[in-house]
Structure formats: C-alpha cells, structure tokens
Design a protein around this ligand. Structure first.
Ligand code: UDP
Length: 451
C-alpha cells in the first residue's frame, strides 16, 4: 500500500475514552490518513487523547457531563451508559456545526464510532451520513456477550458456582467462568449496555480489530449474522498503522535501555493494562512469587492500580533489595516496543484484547490472569484454544506464581508455548502481507469507503 494515495473526504472518529479503545481507533485513523483521508477525532473531555501525538488529525472535544463521582466509581458500565446518554446532543450539534462549516473539497463522508459509543449512530442518521462501527474486542467476546443476554432470558443468570466449569452451550471452548461479565457481575445496566450495543444497527459496515487466522469460524458465523452488512476484519491494526503513541500516561522508555542489557528471552514482562487493579495482598503474592522464581522481570505498576497506594509503596519490605538488578519497575511502558524486544521471553498479562494481539504479533507466550470482562474470554483462548499461554485459575498465591513463571520461562512446557506463539506470529505476518486476509480486507474497506 505504498503508492501515493488519492485525496478522499473527511472521516470523523468517535473513540470510546478508555486506553484499550482509544489505541485501535487512533491506529485506524492513522491508517486512513496514510491512505488519503482527512481525520477529525470527536472525543469526550474525560480521558481525552493528546493532540500533540497526532499532528495529522483535527481534535474536537465535546461535553460529556460526567461527574467526578461517576469517574471515580470505577463502574465502567455506568460510565458508558452515561456517556451514551450525555454525549448524544453535544455530538449532534458538533456534527451539524462541522457540516455547515465544511468546504466543498473537505466534506465529512462518514463517521466511524466505537461499538460502545452507539449514540453516534443516531447523529449520523439524522445528518444522512454513512456510519461504520469499529469493534475493539474479539469476535468471541461479542458472541459471548450476546449469549449472556440469551442466558438471562432463559433464567440461567446468575448461574450456581457448581456450573462455573461447565461449557456454555454454543460457545465452543468457553466455560461459564470465562463469560465476559463486569466486576459487578451481570446487573441490569450491563444487560442494557449489551442490548444497546448488539441490537440491530443501521450502520453500513463493521470494522473488526481481529485476524482471520485467530477467529476464522467465529468470524464466519458473525458474517452470516450481519449479512448483508459487510465485516472487515483488519487486525492487528497496530501492525498497519504508522508508529505513534496514544498513551494517556507517559511512557517510561528507560526500561528499553534496561532490556538492552538483558539476555535473549530472559525477561518476563508484567502488565495488567489500563483499568485492572489488585489489592495489597495480591501485590505481595505477586512480588514474592516473582522474587522466588529467580527470573528477570519488567513490571508495570500503574499509579493508582493498587487501591490505597499512589505507586509502589505497598510492595513488601525487602522485595526491591532481594531482586536488585534482576527487576525493573515502571509506571507505564512503551508496550509494543517492549514485546518486540528480543530480551522479552514471556508476558504476564490481564489479557486485554490489545495486549493479547500485541503479544501474539510478537510471538511472546503468556501467563494469563484475567480480571473481568473480555479478559476472561481472551485468556481462555490464549491458554486453551491457541495454546500460547497458561492461565492462573485460582487466587493469586506466591508458590503457584513462582511455579507458573518457571514453567513459562525455564521449562520445556514454556518452550513449547513459545514455539506455538512463534507459529501464530508467522500466521499473523502472512495475514498482513500483500494477499493476506487482513491486507485484502483493508483494501476492500478502503474501496468501500471511497464511494
Ligand atoms: N499499554 C501500554 N503501556 C503499558 C501498559 C499497557 O502502552 O505499560 C497499552 C497496551 O499496549 C495496550 C493498551 O495499553 O494497547 C491496553 O489495552 P488492553 O486492551 O490490553 O487492556 P485494557 O487496558 O483495555 O484493560
């Protein structure tokens, strides 16, 4: 896709304001921009992206009216429902203003919105603009969210603990305990969000940050479900996008200098993403498990991720002295660069979908500790379906952690997972090369958008 692109119209992007959603949306924007589209990002004030990282885009904030209490509640479902309610009118006004101001050679041709920001669809319809949905989770997650709604209708929610290991009907490999429920379980507002997101939509296409080689049969089912609306699986988006950062926190690049000094495949990279938190007891178990494994590690401890601590104050006494130069701890890392570094031999992850795709793209095997939502589905796929990870199923406990780290980093079991992860990486490379599924789907998407 190197030839000089023709100039197309302006695309309006509406990201969902969480790191794991902003990244793929801004990556998509960068890809479209490189292909001749102008980009405006209409975003909430809450978690607004940093315009200085994307000089090529225009940024347009809208009021989201979230209260400090709502923001600090950590109740993602409530925040998403409030955003869809509060942003509808400001977005419509913003779009009306934009279309009145636009020059004939710079017209808004379509709106691409995160599937969770469904308020944007109504404004697109009102202004008779075409709209496309961006899905930033796996297809398996979308299918299991729909299954949750079905289970509710059949009176199977909540399910008893004794069923947690049972397979969910029609969901292939998933057990009840792998279903993507919120930290609060399956409250009515969660079902409301699922219904709003997966009810019949009027958008003209679905763009999916997934890859045919990972989810072929689920994608085929989904394509049948959406027909005649086309689905474009064009993941992993970060591999098509020009390198740039959309981090809400500052990336500490000193860890790359530290990695440069470590032997090949020797470092376990640890990150639980942008939202998950762990309590003090879990942190202590993680720390002692790490120390006792005697493996090198790079640990992202996100500020605020341990309730009651600003940063690393709750690490056990003596831990830093014991691990010494074997460990490096940062607030936030340039994760894609870290995973691509030859010193990194394993990723202990919460299994957010971006982290999972980024790990697979670099052939790095995983230790999976999902916390909530789609992380459970991704962890099950990584460990059970793709065989590139081992899942810690129980409460975090130092002995089990120590053994899991050694299984991944030292034992032949880890070697086998590394081998499978490398194979999967090669398959992904084929998908994104000329003639591969994601490459072809991206070409078709660009043709679709150029009409
Ligand atoms: N990330 C990062 N630096 C870090 C930790 C995470 O840049 O120290 C990025 C990571 O590369 C990924 C995103 O943050 O793109 C997290 O998204 P994911 O879907 O994995 O998890 P979430 O944060 O939504 O739970």
């Amino acid at each position: 896709m190197e030839e000089q692109p023709p100039r197309h119209g302006r695309v309006v992007l509406v990201p969902c304001p969480f790191q794991g959603h902003l990244n793929p949306m801004l990556q998509l924007g960068a890809i479209l921009h490189s292909q001749g589209f102008s980009i405006t990002v209409v975003h909430t004030k809450f978690n607004s992206p940093n315009p200085s990282c994307h000089h090529e885009f225009t940024f347009q904030p809208i009021q989201d009216c979230l209260s400090p209490d709502e923001i600090s509640s950590g109740n993602l479902v409530a925040i998403l429902l409030a955003l869809n309610c509060n942003c509808k009118t400001p977005f419509q006004e913003c779009m009306t203003w934009m279309t009145q101001q636009q020059k004939p050679d710079d017209r808004v041709t379509c709106i691409i919105y995160d599937e969770l920001m469904y308020f944007a669809e109504a404004a697109a319809n009102h202004l008779k603009l075409s709209s496309l949905i961006l899905c930033t989770t796996s297809v398996a997650t979308a299918q299991s969210r729909v299954a949750i709604r079905q289970l509710k209708e059949e009176g199977c929610i909540p399910w008893p603990d004794s069923m947690s290991q049972d397979r969910v009907p029609n969901l292939h490999s998933l057990r009840f305990k792998d279903l993507p429920v919120s930290i609060f379980g399956v409250p009515d507002n969660f079902l409301d969000l699922i219904s709003q997101t997966y009810n019949a939509r009027t958008s003209s296409a679905v763009i999916w940050n997934t890859i045919d080689c990972l989810e072929q049969s689920s994608l085929e089912q989904q394509q049948r479900r959406y027909r005649p609306i086309p689905i474009f699986p064009i993941g992993p988006l970060h591999k098509f996008a020009p390198v740039s950062s959309s981090s809400l926190l500052n990336e500490d690049t000193s860890c790359i200098t530290w990695l440069d000094k470590q032997p090949c495949n020797s470092v376990l990279y640890i990150s639980l993403g942008s939202l998950a938190s762990i309590d003090e007891t879990e942190v202590a178990e993680m720390a002692w498990g790490l120390a006792n494994s005697w493996q090198r590690f790079l640990w992202v401890v996100r500020p605020g991720s341990i309730p009651g601590s600003e940063w690393t104050e709750s690490l056990p006494e003596g831990f830093r002295e014991i691990v010494g130069g074997r460990g490096c701890i940062v607030r936030w890392a340039p994760q894609k660069e870290v995973l691509a570094h030859p010193a990194v031999g394993g990723f202990w992850s919460h299994c957010g979908w971006n982290s999972t795709l980024e790990s697979i793209s670099e052939g790095v095997p995983m230790i999976c500790t999902p916390c909530f939502g789609d992380q459970r589905v991704n962890a099950r796929y990584a460990s059970y379906v793709w065989g590139i990870g081992l899942q810690l199923e129980n409460k975090l406990e130092r002995k089990e952690i120590e053994m899991a780290i050694r299984r991944l980093m030292v034992d032949s079991e880890g070697e086998e997972m590394r081998h499978k992860a490398q194979n999967l990486k090669e398959k992904v490379e084929i998908c994104i090369k000329e003639g591969g599924s994601s490459y072809n789907n991206l070409k078709m998407l660009l043709e679709f958008m150029s009409f």
